[in-house]
Design a protein around this ligand. Structure first.
Ligand code: ADP
Ligand code: ZN
Length: 432
């Protein structure tokens, strides 16, 4: 099913026309209402009226997370505070939180876009949606909540935490859709096993997982053990919150709601726009947002775009699974590495658990990497030799596929700290 047939399957030519007129409108709104943007336009000698084609977007300035911090809290709002209905803030994973303000229409658009996403995942008005994303300033909880209400589903506003109780309510209330981070879904699964509850036997059938990087291997593993269809949802508080893009039933990249966002991929070093299909940093322009519109916002998330027609019939571009944010990229002895790449190897090549941590340290002038992997229950072999052999095998695969020398250590089941929100994959002792 498609939530908004007209917008989601619009011929690309029409979509581009719509994007252009919305971009032109955005440029005037921010030029005349946000001093920060007026200054940037003036410095570049560009006027809103100079934007005559989508290609002219390239002439416009970028906005960075630092710009948001410099204008904390309300400096980038494009409407008077009286018209702001809601404030949210990022979870601050990578530093000082950044703020976003929504008008009434922005909140309604957000609900609409999450509703499109939930529909892509197969959710309908008959579903019971258990929202275990955190409620509060973090956009996850309320974003999923409003979207679920918008499709007419029954919402269970659980928020994060109280994991034992979550599992019981998941069972008692008969939830059919679960919204949370993939790592928290795994944690819920483990907690259920501990309580003798088999999630695969519950009515739960759809997972809407996002807010952190995860791999396709992890998706398959979760689908199998939980008996669900797991979908990837992407978003960031600066731009809106969850629901910027979402997997359809094809699970072949996340559809971006291009009638509301223009997506570009740039080289994070040179800021040059890269050709179709290239991997680089995702840049988003919010063309309909009123409260805090952003022009060419550098997300720092690494992905690529696919404009080919999807089998589901939607015409919007799809972004591939995010390998990680550029801040999470480790450079170990000159080799670039994302935790998700290690995850792929652990899960696909070795059938190991999805709970792992990368510990980075320095010995003299050299960076060292230790990959700590939790053993799956029952796998904790008494046979020291067999385990040592597997550690060596994993180390070799990491070297072979990622080009990095890492120490691999198996740790006991449940020994790595679980997260109720975003998992912590990197422990950087160099910074301690
Ligand atoms: P913070 O930057 O404090 O974590 P947010 O809570 O707004 O702030 O998180 C947004 C970020 O979360 C995105 O920029 C991206 O790095 C990550 N993210 C969100 N959804 C996904 C997803 N489906 N896959 C990978 N990363 C994601
Ligand atoms: Zn599709």
């Amino acid at each position: 099913m498609i939530f908004d047939i007209e917008k989601e399957t619009m011929p690309r030519e029409d979509l581009k026309k719509l994007q252009l007129s919305r971009l032109q409108d955005l440029c005037s709104r921010i030029y005349y209402n946000v001093p920060f943007y007026k200054k940037k336009f003036d410095e570049l000698g560009v006027k809103p009226a100079d934007i005559r084609s989508l290609d002219d977007l390239k002439r416009l300035p970028f906005t960075t997370k630092q710009d948001l911090r410099d204008n904390y809290p309300y400096g980038l709002f494009a409407v008077p505070l009286d018209n702001i209905e809601r404030i949210h803030a990022s979870s601050g994973t990578t530093g000082k939180a950044v703020v976003d303000g929504y008008t009434r229409r922005d909140v309604a658009t957000w609900a609409e876009l999450v509703a499109r996403g939930l529909t892509m995942a197969g959710a309908t008005a008959s579903d019971i949606v258990h929202v275990a994303y955190g409620y509060g300033l973090f956009t996850g909880g309320l974003g999923a909540h409003y979207g679920a209400e918008r499709i007419g589903a029954t919402v269970v506003p659980m928020s994060g935490g109280a994991t034992r109780r979550q599992v019981q309510l998941l069972r008692d209330f008969g939830a059919t859709v679960l919204c949370c981070t993939p790592s928290y879904a795994n944690y819920l699964y483990e907690a259920a096993v501990d309580q003798g509850i088999d999630i695969a036997k519950l009515p739960l059938r759809v997972g809407v997982f996002g807010a952190e990087p995860w791999t396709d291997e992890m998706r398959q593993d979760m689908e199998r053990k939980m008996g669900i269809s797991a979908h990837n949802i992407y978003g960031l508080s600066e731009v809106m919150g969850p629901g910027v893009a979402m997997d359809c039933e094809e699970k072949n990249g996340m559809h971006i709601h291009e009638d509301h966002f223009i997506a570009e991929i740039i080289d994070p070093e040179t800021c040059e726009v890269l050709p179709e299909g290239s991997t680089g940093e995702l840049v988003l322009t919010t063309i309909t947002k009123q409260g805090m519109p952003l022009l060419r916002y550098r997300t720092r998330d690494i992905t690529s775009l696919d404009h080919t027609l999807c089998h589901c019939g939607r015409t919007t571009a799809r972004m591939t699974r995010i390998t990680g944010r550029s801040d999470d990229m480790l450079i170990i002895r000159g080799v670039n590495l994302f935790p998700s790449q290690v995850e792929s190897i652990l899960m696909e090549k070795e059938g190991l658990a999805s709970t792992y941590q990368l510990v980075v340290d320095r010995e003299g002038p050299l960076d060292t990497l230790e990959v700590q992997v939790e053993l799956i229950e029952g796998m904790f072999s008494d046979e020291v030799k067999a385990m040592q052999e597997q550690e060596v095998r994993v180390r070799k695969k990491i070297k072979e596929f990622l080009g990095v020398t890492a120490k691999v250590t198996f740790v006991a089941p449940h020994s790595i700290k679980r997260s109720e929100g975003k998992a912590v994959r990197i422990i950087d002792k160099r910074k301690m």
